[in-house]
Write a protein that binds this ligand. Sequence first.
Ligand SMILES: [Zn+2]
Length: 409
Amino acid sequence: MFPSKQLVKDVSRARLEKTVRSLAEIPTRHTLSGAKGADVAAAWLERELKSYGGNLQVAQQRWVQAAGGRMTKAVEIGNVLATLPGTDTPERVIVISGHYDSRVTDVLDANSPAPGANDDASGVSVVLECARLMAGMRPRCTVVFAAVTGEEQSLLGSAQLAKSLKEQGKSIIAMATYDIVGNSLSEAGKRDDKHIRVFSTSDELGELATQATRRKSLGTDGDSPARTLARAIADSARRQVKGISVTLTLRNDRYGRGGDHSAFLTAGFPASVRFTEPSEDWRHQHQNLRVEKGVTYGDLPEFVDYNYLTHVTQVAVAWLSELAQAPPAPVRVSLKQDLSAQTTLQWGPVDGAASYDVLWRRTTEFDWSGSKRFSTTQAVLPLSKDDYLFGVRAVAARGARGLPTVVGR
Ligand SMILES: [Zn+2]
């Protein structure tokens, strides 16, 4: 097995808790708080990421955000980024993000205490712990660990990051934001610490007309890059992490809510998904700190379930490190359009692949239900191409599985 096993074991509950509490201790991390808050958080994050050493390149990406929308004035703000350069294909990039800005009831209130422990110090703690664990790796593709700002003011930091990656000509093979991932107890008192949801859209901005025609004709609507990534994440978690599983939620986000993956989708990076806990408690999100009729409101660190957060981070480091070490998705995948009851597939060889998996599922199923491994670049399967969807992925010598290319996309 590839080295992920040890990384999963090494996830530190104590470090996750330390990150959440250190960020929540800063009175506010509101985007408009500047030197009083957000800048303090950014400096802390930069120091922390630099302390991990290894092959990480740590820097702040800073710019002056103009006034407008949820910005009442122009303010210099910044993302904190740690980049782990890829060895074989550095232009292929995986982005994992959490947002370090916080808010209270009024989104423009930059002064009231806003601990933002779950939203989203929890997500930032996942990003930092993955960076720490993977710092010594030399992955095939580049990994960007991002603590972004301005999420609550309309995804400002993630939009800036997506724009700069676009300008650098990077290909984002996967983007995942961890946002609200540390609470396991719902407002109704129901505990679920055994699942983490991954939201994925069917949308594909920038899709070509020819691609859309093919997708509609072959019924591969459910195989958008975001959903293909979500299925790969669930598969990686199933094999590597015990005690928690990934729930596929086939929509972009919760009702009326947004997240940093949407900024990447808008920028033309379609393989972008969002992680969020299954049992949300809105008394502890976006609230002024107060007690009303005996109920404590506010996003405080005492409401984070650190054992649950540890499991969520194990899922993160499992899929992230596997995908970072896996070969690229196969190209020139073709299906022989003959009038026969079997299916013949062919694909081009992939650099770094030791073998290939052909995946399949019935058109009515939402996740892959069968697979077979091949050492050649051709497969014949006793399945009707009319009734099934197929994908092909490359597998590295040590077992890391890449993202599949879906036939008919
Ligand atoms: Zn959030």
